[in-house]
Each structure stands twice: as structure tokens, then as C-alpha cells.
Design a protein around this ligand. Structure first.
Ligand code: MG
Length: 162
């Protein structure tokens, strides 16, 4: 790839259920429900991973870390993001910035936002001000509003290191 800049977008959705931990961007958030998935179902890390893979033309995380692979059962998605970041660097790119939106009815994510940002910035190898996390509710509408699930969207800009 000879382009100086690459852009990528990622979206992910997970179902909210009782008896699971709620982990967003590697932060364990005390809550009555958690996200269901083969891994820790960290919807934020999955969206960012998909955005990075999109930017380097490498498909999606389902292709790189299939649900059918027992190695990824219960795995921490911040570690999967680290693997994806390794691919980004192998391809000769670094992250410029990342912008995210988390769609969740409850709980309020404000108290956890800085830690989420710090975690992502560390893995993406950027300063925290290059990672922006926005949150919105579903205004009680749809699967987000009914608290059946959460969704995250991410956009990343990559810059060539060559
Ligand atoms: Mg996912």
C-alpha cells in the first residue's frame, strides 16, 4: 500500500445478558448485566479492531479470530486489539486518531470514559487526546433503548510510517 493515509470504520453489536461481566475498552464496569460473546464481548475493542482492519484492507475480526476457534474463548479483546495493532504496524502504518461512539442505554459511561480512553491509547500507541469516546443512549427505542444490547462504532485514521 503506497497511500500516505488510510481510513477505516468499524461497527459491533453484542447482546446484554445477566451473569456476564460488562467490559468496555478493557474496563470492567460494575453492572447488573454484561455482554454475551465467545470472547469477553468487549464491543468497543471489537469496533476499533474492525476499523483498523478495514483501514489496512484486512477484512474483519471474525476472519482473524473466528468464534469456532477455542483459543479465543473468553479471551480479553484488548489483547485481540493488540494483535490487530501488530498487523497495522507490519503493514507500515501508525494510528493518527480514533473516534468512537458507544450506544448504551445504561449505565452512564462518563465515570469510566477516561480509563477507556487511556487503555485504547496505550494499545493504539497514541496520546489519549487522539482517542475520543462519545456515548449516546437509544432514547428508550430499539435494542439499545430496551437494554437488549449495546453497539459501538469506530473510525480510525492511519498514517504511513514509511
Ligand atoms: Mg463482537
Amino acid at each position: 500500500m503506497s497511500m500516505r493515509f488510510r481510513i477505516g470504520q468499524g461497527t459491533d453489536i453484542h447482546r446484554l445478558v445477566e451473569g456476564r461481566k460488562l467490559i468496555l475498552a478493557g474496563v470492567e464496569i460494575p453492572w447488573e448485566k454484561g455482554l454475551l460473546g465467545h470472547s469477553d464481548a468487549d464491543v468497543v475493542c471489537h469496533a476499533v479492531s474492525n476499523a483498523l482492519l478495514g483501514a489496512i484492507g484486512e477484512g474483519d475480526i471474525g476472519r482473524h479470530f473466528p468464534d469456532s476457534d477455542q483459543r479465543y474463548k473468553g479471551v480479553s479483546s484488548i489483547e485481540l486489539l493488540r494483535v490487530v495493532m501488530g498487523l497495522v504496524k507490519e503493514k507500515g502504518f501508525c494510528v493518527g486518531n480514533a473516534d468512537l461512539t458507544v450506544l448504551a442505554e445504561r449505565p452512564k459511561l462518563g465515570p469510566y470514559r477516561e480509563q477507556m480512553r487511556t487503555n485504547l491509547a496505550e494499545v493504539l500507541e497514541v496520546s489519549p487526546d487522539a482517542v475520543n469516546i462519545k456515548a449516546t443512549t437509544g432514547e428508550k427505542m430499539g435494542f439499545v433503548g430496551r437494554e437488549e444490547g449495546m453497539m459501538a462504532e469506530a473510525v480510525v485514521l492511519l498514517e504511513s510510517t514509511k
